[in-house]
Design a protein around this ligand. Sequence first.
Ligand SMILES: Nc1nc2c(c(=O)[nH]1)N[C@H]1C(S)=C(S)[C@@H](COP(=O)(O)O)O[C@H]1N2
Ligand SMILES: [Mo]
Length: 320
Amino acid sequence: MLIKRPDPIRAAEITDQAVYRARRRFLEGVAGAALAGLGLEASAGSPLAGVRRGVVTTDEKPTSLSDITRYNNFYEFGSDKTDPAKHAKDFRTRPWTIAVEGEVARPAIYQLEDFVKPHALEERIYRLRCVEAWSMVIPWVGFPLAEVIKRAEPTSRAKYVEFTTLYDPKQMPGQRPGLLGTGLDWPYVEGLRLDEAMHPLTILAVGLYGEVLPNQNGAPLRLVVPWKYGFKSIKSIVKLRFVERQPVTTWMKSGPDEYGFYSNVNPDVDHPRWSQKYETRIGEDSLLSRLTRKRKTLPFNGYADEVAHLYAGMDLRKYF
Ligand SMILES: Nc1nc2c(c(=O)[nH]1)N[C@H]1C(S)=C(S)[C@@H](COP(=O)(O)O)O[C@H]1N2
Ligand SMILES: [Mo]
């Protein structure tokens, strides 16, 4: 993975924060009013209805919408940070089905709308820390994954959840051999231990900045696990499979020494090719700031109070 400089922010986009605050006031107004559907049928940029303010885990300034939507990792659309915004423009996210299968009493295939409808949408402002040592602060809109898991009724054999992204080389140029091909094994697969998946900080996101998720950020549905490196937060999910054995994830397959199953943000365990002690906040720090050791990376990305107990007694150098 190469670290690339984001495009310069255009003056017109500096108003992001003001527009966001206005929209947030608007959303707070409509929350509690009768919902005119979820707005999910609409495309990226449409405001989501009925979003309530959720758990606030940081008072840091959200990264600009411009950086969040133009500095992406979504290898299905190319490995350059600017590729997903360019190549995911026409990605079709409707109709969309999500399969819930494996060790559950209630396996099902849902249409996206039916999958999302039972859940109240909340805003969650989380830090996202990439293994490449950059970070952002993103105001997601989503709902706890735990609600989906409870509805599926896992059997006693279910110990892990495996997530799969859409496989569609016609639409996803990164999945085809050629210039944008990345050599990863498709489809993209991720996994969580069941207790990590049930943790109240773990959400499925359908939007950000109060609006339907842009394609490059994983529309129509992506996972967000804020205490783990960004690659655990799998995009454009089509399947949740409950399993007994620890899943083999895409990044473990591509580099088992570099990417472990747990992938908890950990300043004390270096990536074999670079340190994890410091990070660069996109849009705020210069991309060289990691070398000047300005911004320290926090254990579990700052969520240690909430999640460290999940790993009590585990050697986190071994289970990295
Ligand atoms: N399907 C899929 N999901 C993915 C990726 C990917 O390449 N494919 N990249 C991951 C990585 S490395 C990061 S850092 C985050 C980036 O999310 P963002 O672009 O919304 O900031 O998405 C993760 N989810
Ligand atoms: Mo990442």
